[in-house]
Ligand binder design. Structure first.
Ligand code: FO1
Length: 301
């Protein structure tokens, strides 16, 4: 099967890692949210792309979920000493990625081109595709703190301000490989990522929903028994959808786009829904979940 995965950061990266062990590299493309990208210390930082790349290359810090394992933060300490911005923790080895990316972008390469080159250098087989080559930042409308750029809300303010809306700025053109990858896919999987800030930025690009409407789309719930596996999603469902966090709220959010939905056992009824253990506690868990989602998708084709 030719598989496309729409992915955000940690949850998507772990699911991608499971898929990459089951699907031939040539048959798997991972389209990654770049709405969280921002310029920090003059460098283009792409957190979700890097989380996916580091996880697939087995270089990621498994406890934090983002950044590299065995990381040190000596450059950060020096920046702090100079009185620079130290609220976003860029590790010493992680800095190399941002330096290489920024240098290539300044030399005229696209984000798609430099990402493909970095992923190849890390020995990653599947295509890692940024959702857009242009800057398309996500901003968060908050209660009482105005409209904040994503990382200022998520990291600097620890996702504490209540979310009233999510906005995407900049050109809505998808990267050149996005629509052709979807058109060529037998199934498009939506990772257990945050629908509002990780997946919607991809869905909001020109032509993506139209392309998805022609394909079988299967999403994996990021909510298990009413709680988010990671991050601020549960509170966002309450403030944005006006209902308690549940797998059903996620399915309702994606609506008619979905041809199938995978959720945790005990979280919903069978049908075009498959209930499995969706917590990826370790690598075996990632591969097991990816296998269950693939066989479910196959049964729907
Ligand atoms: N998340 C944090 O909560 N605090 C950080 O200081 C932080 C630094 C960081 C550096 C590089 C990187 O690739 C990711 C980083 N993240 C950090 C994670 C990131 O902000 C979020 O996980 C994603 O943007 C949400 O998907």
């Amino acid at each position: 099967m030719k598989v496309v995965l729409l992915s955000g950061g940690v949850g998507g990266a772990r699911f991608a890692d499971g898929l990459a062990r089951l699907v031939r590299a040539d048959d798997l493309a991972i389209i990654v949210n770049t709405g969280d990208d921002f310029v920090h210390w003059g460098l283009h930082v792409a957190p979700d792309l890097d989380t996916v790349m580091y996880t697939l290359a087995e270089l990621s810090d498994d406890v934090r979920g983002w950044g590299l394992a065995d990381e040190r933060f000596r450059a950060l300490a020096m920046v702090e000493r100079y009185g620079g911005e130290a609220w976003f923790q860029l590790g010493d080895r992680d800095l190399a990625t941002h330096l290489m990316r920024t240098e290539a972008l300044r030399a005229g390469q696209t984000l798609s081109q430099v990402t493909a080159r970095l992923a190849r250098a890390l020995g990653i087989g599947p295509a890692v595709v940024p959702m857009a080559d242009g800057l398309r930042p996500t901003w968060i409308e908050t209660e009482g703190h105005g409209v904040l750029p994503f990382q200022h809300w998520f990291v600097a303010r620890r996702a504490a301000p209540v979310v009233r809306g999510v906005r995407f700025f900049g050109p809505a053109a998808p990267a050149p490989a996005v629509i052709p990858a979807i058109d060529a896919a037998d199934v498009v999987l939506i990772a257990p990522s945050n629908p509002w800030v990780s997946i919607d930025p991809i869905l909001a690009l020109d032509g993506v929903c139209e392309a998805l409407a022609r394909r079988l789309v299967v999403a994996v719930s990021p909510i298990v028994h009413g709680r988010a596996i990671k991050g601020p999603l549960a509170g966002m469902i309450e403030s944005l959808a006006g209902e308690p966090a549940s797998a059903a709220a996620i399915a309702r959010h994606y609506g008619p786009l979905l041809g199938g939905f995978v959720l945790a056992e005990g979280d919903g009824a069978p049908g075009r829904i498959r209930a499995v253990d969706i917590v990826m506690a370790d690598r075996a868990g990632r591969v097991r979940l990816a296998g269950e989602v693939l066989s479910f998708a196959e049964s729907l084709l």
